[in-house]
Design a protein. Structure first.
Length: 169
């Protein structure tokens, strides 16, 4: 289940959590499936795209994961320049980004830490939403510029949280 998920995405996310095609295809290779990204934070402005991290126990499992996801219509896209996170594309609905991360991946830890921080701190979530609206207006369909614009905020928030002694996860 997707805790504290916005109502708009609760039903869509349920398509990916539990006994779903992804979970069934991966079986015990998937330790868990984490709903991350803006749609995982109640009330946060977001694009209608769900971000999911499939957690695996070891990078050694990745070849088997790639093979199994291919059988259900996912195409492996590599790490797309972000070590510790393997991206997969699919035309299935609802729209989503699927990533596979080793359980010890720093990128997985960042995703979960940022999600948890936004859930726990509405003022930070509101500031992030405002930034995202501004970036969307300035950059339109330029996803790379939009993402780059969010990165500084995300890193600053995570760094501030680490400085306060937060466990972040």
């Amino acid at each position: 289940m997707c805790p504290r998920l916005s109502r708009r995405f609760r039903k869509a996310c349920e398509c990916f959590i539990g006994q779903t095609p992804i979970a069934v295809a991966l079986g015990p290779l998937a330790q868990r499936i984490e709903h991350v990204g803006s749609t995982s934070v109640e009330g946060l402005a977001s694009k209608p795209i769900i971000d999911l991290d499939v957690v695996i126990s070891s990078d050694a499992d990745l070849p088997a994961v790639i093979e199994r996801l291919l059988k259900i219509g996912y195409r492996h896209e590599g790490d797309l320049g972000i070590p510790g996170r393997e991206a997969f594309a699919s035309e299935t609905s609802p729209a989503h980004h699927l990533y596979v991360c080793d359980r010890n991946s720093q990128e997985l830890a960042r995703h979960i830490a940022f999600r948890n921080l936004l859930r726990a701190h509405p003022e930070t979530a509101n500031a992030y939403a405002e930034l995202k609206r501004d970036l969307a207006q300035r950059f339109g369909d330029d996803r790379d510029a939009y993402t780059e614009g969010k990165s500084e905020f995300i890193e600053r928030v995570l760094s501030d949280a680490r400085g306060e002694g937060s466990s972040l996860t």
